[in-house]
Design a protein around this ligand. Structure first.
Ligand code: 9Z3
Length: 319
């Protein structure tokens, strides 16, 4: 029965969500990246980040979006790479990016200036260290990451792209078994319009008020855990706005999908408080005012908690 349900999810994915044309090429890239690092004894984490876009028209003018600033998804790779992991960063096009994320609010031209008194005539441009005080540190780390080929960025925009690329990633990473971790921080829509029901052209307001009927998005975690990457260490994120239902929903997700942990958070407090829920444990991670003053980020604590749990998981699997 369970397997039937999983294969019907696979079928739905193929029929109702447009397949991105580059999916096979990306899958090969991810598989090569994973096996290269696993052969060197390095673990690989697939991090998803940002919100998915659900188009209302196939020649899309309008779409529904899920909220996510992309900050968690962009900061976490930095901590994973500091802990010795290689990272596949499956992120929403133009969302925050590791290392450059801290400069995202800065206008590039405000951060540059001409060297010396001669000004523009010299043509030599340098970074204004007052505008970008930590640029050297970020650049150094970014270059090390590039030289070590530790970060593989892959972009998505729509829900369809996200689902197909996540499936490809799971299948690509299955070859490295328990060395793979999935850290599913992207904010994924629960609702969509199937390709067969989507109008081609822009919906006309002259037809009167718009009523939308949306289908439920198939629960992708189910085939991911059971079929595509059954040996991997899988973490999902649970987002609520009502704190009173959060832990119950997190537990229910663990019961249903049988993966390793849920990071539970409430929208308003997500930067300062999360609970990491596993079948046996529940750990509250908190950023105090003092921590915040010292620019400690909660993602550092989340990553530290999960990398330790991954250690134990690998030992238990005999890896
Ligand atoms: C999260 O809960 C992430 O922690 C946030 C991070 C999106 C809140 P930001 O990007 O915020 O740093 O601004 N992600 C998962 C959200 C999600 O869609 N979960 C689904 C659910 O809760 C699937 S498990 O039902």
């Amino acid at each position: 029965m369970a397997n039937l349900r999983v294969s019907s999810i696979d079928g739905k994915l193929a029929e109702e969500f447009a397949v991105p044309c580059h999916v096979d090429e990306v899958k090969e890239k991810m598989a090569a990246f994973a096996s290269l690092h696993a052969a060197a004894g390095r673990r690989v984490v697939l991090i998803t980040s940002g919100g998915t876009k659900v188009p209302l028209e196939s020649r899309t003018v309008r779409f529904l979006d899920n909220f996510s600033s992309g900050r968690r998804g962009a900061s976490s790779p930095e901590y994973f790479m500091d802990s010795g992991y290689a990272v596949i960063f499956l992120h929403r096009h133009r969302s925050l990016y590791p290392y450059t994320r801290v400069f995202s609010t800065i206008n590039m031209l405000d951060a540059l200036m001409f060297r010396g008194e001669e000004e523009a005539s010299s043509g030599e441009v340098v970074v204004n260290q007052q505008v970008l005080p930590n640029i050297a540190k970020a650049l150094r780390r970014y270059q090390e990451v590039k030289e070590g080929n530790l970060l593989l960025p892959i972009e998505f925009s729509t829900l369809s792209e996200y689902l197909h690329l996540l499936k490809a990633a799971a299948q690509a990473l299955s070859a490295i078994g328990p060395m793979a971790m999935f850290y599913l921080a992207a904010a994924v829509s629960d609702f969509y319009i199937p390709a067969s029901e989507m109008p081609e052209h822009k919906i006309q307001s002259s037809n009167g008020p718009l009523q939308l009927s949306l289908n439920m998005v198939p629960k992708i975690l189910s085939p991911l855990v059971k079929d595509w990457a059954p040996q991997a260490f899988v973490i999902s994120f649970k987002l609520e706005t009502d704190a009173s239902i959060l832990l119950d929903k997190a537990r229910r997700a663990l019961d249903t999908y049988r993966h390793q942990a849920v990071v539970a958070n409430v929208l308003d407090s997500r930067r300062g408080y999360v609970v990491v829920v596993t079948p046996e444990t529940q750990a509250e991670l908190i950023i105090s005012e003092e921590d915040a003053k010292n620019e400690v980020e909660i993602e550092e604590r989340i990553v530290s908690n999960l990398t330790s749990a991954h250690d134990k998981f690998i030992t238990q699997q005999g890896g």
